[in-house]
Design a binder for this molecule. Structure first.
Ligand SMILES: [Fe+2]
Length: 490
């Protein structure tokens, strides 16, 4: 991607980039898309865009996002919805992306997941690698973050792992034979895993460490005690993912059918909450040639149009919207809530949050994550496919991390805390992004991939991608029963 394309994108908006701002933009994986997103978000509409303007956007623009449109749940009869403290990046972004930030970020990931692994009844306290590698005569436990996974010439798996010892002694190689029952475990780079096993003696005098041979490889996982317990709640929560307002293939008729259904049934069924797991609009400059597929070419107009559509949703329903990769937001995750400049026309029953986020709805905890990292899971792990996003969500849950793999399509912002680590276990875990749909129960968690309201686009056709649109998943908060309401049929 050339600098000229970025400068041209800026010039189309009558804006000029300082050399430092241009450098920052060029370090993004999609510089032109990022330029369009950043420049649309700058509320002061500058002619000359500085590095500080870009940084303030990347930080979630504290001034703006500290006061996203919120509602007062106490004003609404019987409604009880709030963002779980400490799980929303909005207004809390502190990183600028330097080396120290990344070191701290991976330490946070390691600490959160190590604690979960050590709490497991089949694991327990672990040793630091530097205190363990000269013990050969007994089984030991270590916890490491995978810095590299590779298959050797003889077909065995070799993992380079490290812990938080902070020096050159704090890493080792883990050898998993092709005959090991763990050889087919889904292990990616940057996962945190527990290992039970023994170190071998070093082979020659030159190396201090032997290999670690694990008998068992333990993921953080979900304890058996995590179960769905029925409650008295009569409310139902609905999910509408990947609405893609502004796209020529937005399914207007099916959307209107869904609205009619809500108008006729939501009060009696007590559908009191709707969560939108990202990509509420189609955005601009998201992929090459996207403008050919857009009905609404201005990002502000796309959000204004969305606000109008949402006014048709019955007033008693509380809604939460968070961004996805098509929204006008920094692409790096965790993403802060949509900027105030885009959401002025929204009613007060719409709450904006970051992505991902945990939401407490009555007595249930819901984790909602758009799902960009599904791209990386699918391209990095042979056993995973786009046709089965629930399998990917299951792997995320076992790894207790939404986007472990660093350096692929999902840009990660190195925040002080790893917001993508699943330190809280939800009752309901929802994602979108792949425009598929599905539901499964996994270890007490209702897992849902929440469809889309966009029909197949030309871009998707070229990439042989078949969406399953027009489905609204409904979850009863008391009993946990899940219904998939299909609005593609009459
Ligand atoms: Fe989408």
């Amino acid at each position: 991607m050339s600098k000229t394309e970025v400068l041209t994108a800026a010039a189309r908006r009558n804006m000029f980039l300082s050399p430092e701002a241009l450098d920052m933009i060029m370090s993004n994986t999609d510089p032109v898309g990022f330029t369009n997103t950043v420049l649309s978000a700058l509320s002061n509409n500058p002619i000359f865009v500085t590095k500080e303007d870009v940084i303030s956007f990347l930080q979630g623009d504290k001034k703006i996002s500290e006061s996203p449109k919120t509602f007062d749940p106490h004003n609404k009869k019987n409604l009880d919805l709030k963002i779980v403290d400490g799980t929303d990046i909005t207004g809390n972004s502190l990183c600028v992306g330097n080396v120290d930030d990344f070191t701290r970020y991976f330490q946070s990931r390691y600490q959160i997941l190590k604690k979960i692994i050590e709490r497991r009844s089949d694991f327990g306290p672990s040793k630091k690698i530097k205190d363990a590698y000269s013990i050969y005569d007994r089984e030991i436990r270590i916890v490491g973050i995978v810095s590299e996974r590779r298959i050797t010439a003889n077909g065995h798996m070799m993992l380079s792992i490290e812990d938080d010892g902070g020096d050159r002694e704090s890493n080792c190689m883990v050898f998993v034979s092709k005959d090991s029952p763990h050889f087919n475990d889904i292990i990616t780079n940057d996962m945190v895993l527990g290992f039970k096993g023994k170190f071998t003696k070093p082979r020659d005098g030159n190396s201090k460490k032997g290999l670690f041979i694990p008998d068992d490889i333990i993921k953080p996982g979900v304890p058996q005690s995590h179960q769905w317990k029925d409650s008295d709640s009569q409310s139902v929560v609905a999910f509408l993912s990947d609405v893609h307002i502004g796209s020529k293939t937005f399914l207007e008729n099916n959307w209107q059918r869904m609205i009619r259904y809500l108008k006729e049934n939501s009060e009696k069924m007590q559908i009191n909450y709707i969560i939108f797991p990202g990509d509420v609009v189609d955005g601009i400059g998201i992929f090459p040639g996207q403008e050919e597929e857009l009905d609404v070419l201005d990002i502000y107009d796309q959000y204004t149009k969305l606000a109008e559509y949402l006014k048709d949703i019955p007033d008693h329903i509380q809604m939460v919207i968070h961004p996805g990769n098509h929204d006008a937001c920094r692409p790096a995750e965790p993403q802060p809530a949509l900027n105030k400049v885009f959401i002025e026309s929204f009613d007060s029953n719409v709450l904006m949050s970051g992505n991902p986020v945990y939401i407490k709805v009555e007595d249930r905890t819901i984790l909602t994550y758009h799902g960009r990292s599904i791209d990386d899971w699918v391209s990095g792990v042979q056993q995973l496919t786009y046709n089965d996003p629930l399998r990917v969500m299951k792997e995320m849950t076992d790894a207790r991390h939404l986007a472990p793999i660093y350096g692929q399509k999902t840009a990660l912002a190195p925040e002080r805390k790893d917001y993508l680590a699943m330190d809280i276990l939800p009752d309901i875990f929802v994602s979108g992004h792949v425009h598929g749909y599905g539901y499964m129960e996994y270890k007490g968690i209702r897992m849902i991939n929440a469809s889309t309201w966009q029909d197949q686009t030309d871009y998707q056709k070229q990439h042989n991608f078949n969406p399953i649109p027009g489905i609204m998943p409904l979850v009863h908060l008391g009993t946990g029963s899940v219904t998939m309401k299909n609005f593609m049929k009459n």
